[in-house]
Ligand binder design. Sequence first.
Ligand code: ADP
Ligand code: ASP
Ligand code: MG
Length: 404
Amino acid sequence: MARIVQKFGGTSVSDIDRIKSVALRVKAEVERGSEVVAVVSAMSGVTNKLVEYCSNVTNMSDAREYDTIVSTGEQVTSGLLSLALQELGIDARSWSGWQIPVITDGVHGKARILKINSESLVPLIKQGQVAVVAGFQGIGPDNRITTLGRGGSDTTAVALAAAINADRCDIFTDVEGIYTADPRIVPNAKKLNKITYEEILEMASLGAKVLQTRSVEMAMKHRLRVQVLSSFSDAPGTLVCDEDEIVEKELVSGIAYSHDEAKVTILGVEDQPGVAAGIFGPLADANINVDMIVQNASEDGTTDITFTTGRAELDRALKVVKDNMKIPYRSINSDRSVIKVSVIGVGMRSHAGVAQTMFTALADKNINIHIISTSEIKVSVLISESYKELALRALHTAYGLDSA
Ligand code: ADP
Ligand code: ASP
Ligand code: MG
């Protein structure tokens, strides 16, 4: 008998009709003889609304209350899906994070799952009851509700699948699988039959929100079979698996982008030892993540240093540089209308020239590159946000990824 975790994202449970249709999908899995755990997100748009309520009251100084509020969307859908299943004659019950319990650390707003205690849940699913679990939430050491960061229901599903030794975790969403690029931006994107853990991990961390990064880390650690597929069709999805399960390895498997970028340039700092430490030390002390960094060559003994950080952190980063940085500089400027575009592929390890294709394709479209960074299996560039569609489509074509 197979044990399956099925996760349904926001658009898959966006209204009562969709919830009824999801219930039919769960029922079909039960009728195939599987033990089923269904993990649900909030109805689409609901979490955004709840976040907005919070920010309309305060600037979120108390993340514990933020979690109390934003976790409620999933509670509603878990109850509704349980009712819809019962209506179809299926034994089902809802579970909140704390009831299972999904035990997390105490970092409210972006907690990490430490442990899932499945002792109460497993005997019930063994008896044929469907467990409908509210995704995105857990319980922290302070005995209060925590949430797992935006997109966190993916992580609930994968972590639960690992905890109960599930045979597979199916992530149902609003596209038919993982594509070579976001199909909403690149209409010619191709659906991948299979992708390696490593590649989707890189794609997710570089902005492809089809899976939350932590869910991929967890799937990779447990070598769990994860499938991404649509709840709107019966088309086969994408299997996330080990590299040796993939026969034809592409040079580039995908292109991702991230909006969550802001650029800071500090002009006219002295070109001498200790300057980078003098800039990035105070930022690290203030817990501000810095991603890409570039330092220009100096001509007159001074240089410019440019770095990127998350958009939400920009104001804080500027304040830290102005208030806490001890080294002298001439001026500072910033830009929040930039995006990071990355090409990803395990095939890059053994091939030169991948970055050059990217630079040429962007140059042909007259797109200026602000910063470049590379790793073994990706090349990223920072460009102006206004070129998003143009750049993604041009790169997709340049790497021969367009569907026929
Ligand atoms: P859910 O609510 O089901 O969790 P999300 O909106 O979080 O859905 O994730 C699905 C979305 O991810 C798709 O609608 C698509 O726009 C986006 N996406 C970004 N990159 C990719 C990609 N490479 N393949 C598929 N979808 C992608
Ligand atoms: N509802 C949460 C969010 O919108 C979690 C999720 O959908 O995965 O981020
Ligand atoms: Mg999601």
